[in-house]
Design a protein around this ligand. Sequence first.
Ligand code: E4P
Length: 217
Amino acid sequence: MKFFIDTADVDAIRELHDLGMVDGVTTNPSLILKSGRDILEVTKEICSFVEGPVSAEVVALKADDMIAEGRKLAAIAPNIAVKVPLTWDGLKTCKVLSGEGFMVNVTLCFSANQALIAAKAGATFISPFIGRLDDINLDGLDLIGDIRTIYDNYDFKTQILAASIRSANHVKDCAMIGADVVTAPPSVIKALANHVLTDKGLEQFLKDWAKTGQKII
Ligand code: E4P
């Protein structure tokens, strides 16, 4: 399973990139706001060191305007995935831009039928939002499973990019279900390394080591 990092914080992406944890990056208008940076400038900087797909999202609502924005974003670097919302105009944009050879990430997906129609429109990635479904007491992971079944039934090549990931358990569950990619905030990726028994075991080892009076260096 690939890891995309869900942030426009360049320093956080670099830290994880140096550890080999970054297969791609996703951004959205809220994350651009949080970064305090200009979208074209920060996206270009991310693309200068991330080799995998970097999603940059259009903000227009009409297909013609979305297509124009998408082409402008795609011109930043060859690894840009143009992110479009799962609306009818977004699907039209997906069809046109994927036909031109650009990667397209269809975002704000909350149902299996939406994922089905995005695949038919040529999406490179479909982004079902797990956490936001959980927030309203629906099961986001069920949605990932349903999409996996549908895509496998018909051999769709669209990759399932599980988004709105809020916890380490989400990552594990997505891996078990067979999502192709998870996009998660840096804090969640770092939390994958945590275990209370690791901390406890290390504490005991260090106590015992101190009693030996030895040094390695
Ligand atoms: C995905 O591409 C989105 O940027 C993101 O995962 C949304 O997550 P949120 O629901 O935590 O805002």
